[in-house]
Write a protein that binds this ligand. Structure first.
Ligand code: NAG
Ligand code: NAG
Length: 798
């Protein structure tokens, strides 16, 4: 509808212009039309016949033709009605281009006539073209680094129309980054450029789509558009950024190789290789740490590579960087803080500094033998170490400061009991499970001369047969010293140098090396029956220690003495005369043979026998008593002188004997006998002899009795002494030793205490000295106790 209306308008305009031209060119043979371009085919340009004054018949009869210079037939004449028609669209812009006045000239010629008419059709420009761009899409690429103010030439829009119908204005869709610069050249065309007003940031906006519009000055204006697509090219203007400025992680120590510690991640807003991130440790991370951790350059995974030891380092700080692949590359940084969690993987360590491997056995308790240092490399409970000596030995640990101990002796040492200690020191921590270590140190106890040599038998009895061969060994003492080396090297010596006031060296010799005792002389039992010697054993320590042993040497009797007949006194084998009264009846004691034997025991046991007799029926002999008695009454016819040969023999081996001859005279006068008897009794020599023997016999008997009593009391007293009450009760002691001692008979008493009769020994331990002890109880009971008595030089207390 619009189109047809506009066509009508155009026709009207054409008509007007033709009329005007016709009026102007009436006089010439030339006609001129002005028509707007872009007429439709068949549109009437003008009536040639009319305008040239030709009638239609003439025109067609003379075969008129329209001739143009153009190959293309723009114009046509309708011979029927003489109308000039447009043969198709005439595009002025195509026909004439930029030529301002566009004229199509034509001629009308006839076949049979030289007549010719000229005409022109001016094609008038019509705003029939919109401005158009060469490309409907203009692609631009811009680096984001381009500075504002930079301009980019654009291809101008084309508008074939002329004059005001040509492009006059360019527009661009509103945006904050881009504007246009339009310049008009001399020939009136316009050059357009794109202006960058604001810096680009690909990361904010990576592309722009703008509409460029070119508008012509026609009326109504026509416009053409082109799309401008701007791609912002990335420049590596962004560093990769880590998700976190600091990554804090914990890691259990001894985590196996390959354990993931943390994944770091960085993003780069750039594009392409500018955004390709590669992770690495920064140069500040030492190679040592890089041996412990690996960082995957692509994934950013940090994994365990080496052995994570809390004791080596409890935390790590790794500087990591993420670098893009831009040119130049830019790196972003972050920090990874790794806290290592302790695991009880270290047993305590024991360090021992031995002060002395040898401790003398007399070291006072508290002597420092070693310094012990216990250290656990773990931390917290895992590192809390305690230390002890588990065995029950005289060593202990004393804390001096945390983790430091002194190993001291806790008791007295005795090398003789334990010469060597293997001391185990045990240390444990409080982790779970707890770990422990132990260490053994060897401490040797060095010897101190603290033991005196000890005799196997501190009191011993040695029996030596009399008449021993000089130089023969009679005994050997042995003492043992449990100490070591010199301290145990024992030598022997005699303590007293006298045996009953005679030099000991005359009798005995002692091998000082091995304690063998040699007799130098024969002993004579009849002279010395026993004696005591004290032997000392002494070690070679400094100072030396010694102890002594008491040897009771008892000489054994040999039957080396024959009986001696003492009474009746016999001079040189012949005996005295015994008087027998005539009236003596049977059993009358005529006399008693008294004989002695210096030997003892069986060797001194005497037997009496009648060897020869003048009248064997008259006298009998007491075999043991030596009494000679009458066997019957004396008869008248008996001879007044009688004699007997008496044999006295002992019971030794071999028996020794003596003989004596006794003469008897039988007298009738009794008074004479008595006077003789009294004479005999008053004879002081005879009496003293008899008395002496009686006293000896009585004394011996009483003495044996007394000794028996004393021994019984002694045993009782010893039992009492062992009871504790005795020590609590104050007692009074009377020494039986020294000058006040009524019992002290010198050596004889001592012998008698030990020695009762023939060959029978009663051993009394420790000492021969006794004290009578009067305790309060004993005072009540009036009982005397005898107990061992310590000589006053040491202590007089029971
Ligand atoms: C001491 O340690 C060893 C091994 O190191 C062990 O066999 C022994 O049983 C430990 N001794 C004690 C008393 O713990
Ligand atoms: C003691 O030494 C002497 C001399 O060397 C030796 O004859 C004797 O047999 C030794 N006695 C002992 C008990 O060894």
């Amino acid at each position: 509808m619009e189109d047809s209306q506009s066509n009508n308008a155009w026709k009207f305009m054409v008509m007007v212009s033709v009329v005007l031209i016709c009026a102007l060119d009436m006089g010439s043979a030339q006609i001129r039309y002005s028509v707007p371009e872009e007429m439709e085919q068949g549109a009437v340009i003008g009536n040639i016949a009319e305008d040239l004054g030709l009638n239609i018949a003439t025109l067609s009869g003379r075969k008129g033709r329209l001739v143009t210079d153009y190959t293309e037939r723009y114009l046509e004449v309708d011979l029927e009605n003489g109308l000039l028609l447009a043969n198709g669209r005439i595009d002025r812009d195509k026909l004439c281009g930029p030529i301002t006045t566009c004229v199509l000239s034509f001629q009308i010629v006839f076949e049979n006539s030289p007549e010719m008419y000229r005409g022109e059709v001016e094609i008038l420009d019509v705003n029939d073209n919109s401005p158009s761009f060469p490309e409907s899409v203009i692609l631009l690429q811009m680096g984001e680094f381009i500075a504002p103010g930079s301009s980019f030439p654009l291809e101008s829009a084309l508008d074939p129309d002329m004059g005001t119908n040509a492009v006059s204005v360019y527009n661009i869709s509103p945006n904050e980054h881009f504007g246009l610069i339009v310049e008009t050249t001399e020939d009136g065309t316009k050059i357009v450029e794109l202006l960058l007003k604001k810096p680009l940031d690909r990361e904010l906006q990576s592309s722009f789509q703008l509409m460029l519009t070119a508008i012509d000055g026609g009326s109504p204006p026509r416009s053409g558009t082109a799309r401008i697509l701007i791609t912002v090219l990335d420049s590596n203007d962004n560093a990769p950024a880590f998700d976190s400025k600091v990554y804090k992680v914990s890691l259990i120590e001894n985590s196996p190789r390959g354990t993931l510690v943390v994944s770091v991640h960085a993003t780069d807003p750039d594009e392409g290789s500018n955004a390709e991130v590669t992770y690495s440790f920064s140069n500040r991370v030492s190679t040592k740490i890089q041996e412990l951790f690996s960082l995957d350059p692509r994934t950013g995974e940090i994994r365990v590579l080496g052995i994570i030891d809390y004791e080596g380092a409890s935390s790590y700080s790794l500087d990591v960087q993420a670098q893009d692949n831009g040119l130049p590359a830019i790196a972003g940084h972050s920090k990874v803080l790794i806290k290592v969690i302790d695991v009880n993987d270290n047993a305590p360590e024991i360090k021992v500094t031995v002060v002395s491997r040898m401790v003398p056995e007399d070291a006072a308790p508290g002597t420092v033998t070693a310094l012990v240092n216990v250290n656990d490399r773990d931390s917290g409970k895992n590192g809390q170490a305690h230390c002890e000596i588990p065995n029950n030995i005289p060593f202990k640990l004393e804390t001096s400061s945390s983790g430091h101990f002194k190993m001291i002796t806790s008791d007295m040492l005795d090398r003789e009991t334990t010469p060597l200690y293997n001391i185990v020191i045990l240390a444990g921590d409080s982790g779970s499970p707890p770990l422990s270590t132990n260490k053994t140190i060897q401490i040797t106890v060095s010897d101190i001369n603290d033991n005196a040599p000890r005799f196997a038998r501190p009191i011993d009895t040695v029996y030596v047969m009399e008449n021993n061969g000089p130089g023969a060994s009679i005994f050997a003492v042995t003492a043992f010293d449990p100490d070591q080396g010199q301290n145990s090297y024992v030598t022997y010596s005699f303590i007293d140098n006298l045996i009953q006031d005679l030099p000991l060296s005359n009798y005995l010799n002692l091998n000082s090396m091995n304690g063998t005792i040699y007799g130098l002389r024969s002993f004579d039992y009849e002279r010395v029956k026993n004696f005591q010697i004290q032997v000392q054993a002494r070690d070679a320590g400094v100072p030396p220690l010694s102890s002594s042993a008491t040897l009771n040497v008892i000489i054994l009797d040999q039957n080396d003495n024959a009986p001696v007949i003492a009474s009746p006194s016999a001079q040189s084998g012949s005996a005295g005369v015994e008087v027998v009264p005539q009236s003596a009846g049977q059993g009358y004691l005529v006399t008693k043979i008294i004989a002695t034997d210096a030997d003892s025991g069986q060797n001194a046991r005497l037997l009496y026998q009648v060897l020869e007799s003048t009248d064997p029926s008259l006298f009998t002999m007491g075999l043991n008593s030596g009494e000679i008695r009458t066997a019957r009454g004396i008869l008248e016819q008996d001879s007044t002188t009688q004699s007997l040969v008496i044999l006295v023999k002992d019971n030794g081996q071999p028996r020794l004997s003596s003989t004596a001859t006794i003469h008897f005279s039988i007298l009738g006068n009794v008074t004479e006998i008595f006077s003789e008897r009294s004479n005999l009794v008053t004879n002081p020599e005879y009496a003293s002899d008899i008395n002496l023997y009686l006293i000896i016999i009585l004394g011996s008997t009483s003495f044996i009795f007394l000794v028996t009593i004393i021994l019984l009391i002694g045993i009782k007293c010893k039992q009492d002494r062992n009871s504790p009450e005795h020590y609590n009760s104050p007692g009074m002691c009377y020494g039986l030793d020294g000058s006040n001692n009524a019992f002290n008979q010198g050596p004889t008493l001592k012998e008698s205490l030990n020695y009762t009769g023939a060959g029978e020994i009663i051993r009394i331990p420790d000492t021969h000295h006794y004290s009578v002890c009067l305790s309060p109880e004993s005072a009540k009971s009036d009982f005397l106790f005898l107990k061992p008595y310590t000589p006053p030089m040491t202590q007089g207390q029971c």
